[in-house]
Design a protein around this ligand. Structure first.
Ligand SMILES: Nc1ncnc2c1ncn2[C@@H]1O[C@H](COP(=O)(O)OP(=O)(O)OP(=O)(O)O)[C@@H](O)[C@H]1O
Ligand SMILES: [Mg+2]
Length: 342
């Protein structure tokens, strides 16, 4: 659906040339939710703006839905843009227009007759869950509702691709989750391809199928979200992954737990994918003469499976404890012994 080939973007600034995007190649499949994560200045916005022709690459090519966006201009580009919609961090709504009028705007531009427009707007209002707010002005809406208007407006002309530039960065965590749920729903229902950029790994974890990590204009790592969580390669990726897998208090909590359980063995289990659904603990207690206490844990879902960490305390006689640990290892579960029993 989207093919980015050896794309480079160089800006001329007062301080000299800035390479915002540096030899990036990415292929994105139809129906995929693809995330790009990076810190401020990594080149994310520049990259996404080349997908709808808002920026022209200095080198390389960008093809979206069989159109070479990096080449076409004028009317042809405007037509291509109807298939490539975008939503923004600050919503970019028209403040003097109501919800209904904001959503109708792209339909007016496309020359859709009034009766058809009204029908389509009503459909969209239902799709994004804004019933009852049709006649409100943007200033009367919450942040989440404003982004729903942004999404409805972006979907008005049945695009094939939705681009999201930090679409949830101005929202609180709960509202962020509700907007992300809506994006997943739209992706599934309409088969829409979604490209989103963010600096929050939570967003990637929750809705993306694949992710690319950007640093200094380059893509330094890319893969399926679950694989990247399981096995991050680059330092920067490890840092992003730890945003969601390791709550900051973990280390202290574990030290505290070790004090509370001076005897026995404490282990950290890492679950990925299928193994996270297994009744591992039940099997341990049934099959080995050990006692097992779950000390702390967190299992999270991604679009391609679950992963998580569990800290457990195991007590019993040797060799039962060793056998129990060997059993856990045989179940494709990562095991790290935090403290050996005595
Ligand atoms: N129009 C421009 N002219 C000159 N330099 C630019 C321009 N747009 C972006 N840059 C530079 O290109 C680099 C990448 O910027 P970009 O906005 O793409 O990063 P970003 O990853 O989206 O960052 P943020 O998370 O802060 O939005 C930065 O160094 C920025 O200063
Ligand atoms: Mg940006």
């Amino acid at each position: 659906m989207i093919s980015i080939q050896n794309v480079k973007k160089v800006y001329a600034s007062l301080k000299g040339k800035v390479t915002a995007v540096d030899d990036v190649s990415i292929d994105i499949n139809a129906g995929e939710i693809f995330g790009v994560i990076g810190y401020s200045g990594a080149g994310k916005s520049t990259l996404i703006r080349m997908l709808n022709g808002l920026e022209i690459p200095t080198e390389g090519s960008v093809t979206v839905a069989d159109k070479q966006v990096s080449r076409i201009k004028g009317g042809e580009l405007r037509k291509a843009r109807q298939e490539i919609s975008m939503i923004f961090q600050h919503f970019n709504l028209l403040w003097s227009r109501t919800v209904r009028e904001n959503i109708a705007f792209p339909l007016e531009i496309a020359g859709i007759p009034k009766a058809q427009r009204l029908k389509r707007v009503n459909e969209l209002i239902k799709l994004v869950g804004l019933e009852g707010r049709e006649d409100a002005y943007p200033s009367q809406l919450s942040g989440g509702q404003k982004q729903r208007v942004g999404i409805a407006r972006a979907l008005a002309n049945n695009p094939k691709v939705l681009l999201c530039d930090e679409a949830t960065s101005a929202l609180d965590p709960q509202t962020t989750d509700s907007i992300l749920d809506l994006l997943v729903d739209i992706n599934k229902r309409l088969g829409l391809t979604i490209v989103l950029i963010t600096h929050e790994m939570h967003v990637i974890r929750k809705i993306c199928h694949r992710v690319a990590v950007m640093e200094d204009g380059k893509v330094v790592e890319t893969g399926r979200v679950l694989e990247v969580f399981k096995n991050p390669q680059q330092q920067i990726t490890k840092r992003f992954v730890s945003q969601v897998t390791e709550p900051e208090e973990t280390k202290e909590t574990i030290e505290h737990l070790l004090e509370r359980y001076p005897q026995g063995t404490v282990i950290q289990l890492g679950f990925v994918g299928e193994s996270a659904e297994q009744p591992l603990i039940t099997n341990l207690i049934r099959n080995f003469e050990v006692t097992v206490n779950i000390l702390q844990g967190k299992i999270s879902q991604t679009q391609n499976g679950s992963y998580g960490t569990l800290f457990v305390h195991i007590d019993g006689e040797e060799p039962e404890v060793s056998k129990a640990i060997a059993y856990i290892k045989s179940q494709q579960v990562g095991v790290e012994v935090i403290k050996n029993g005595e």
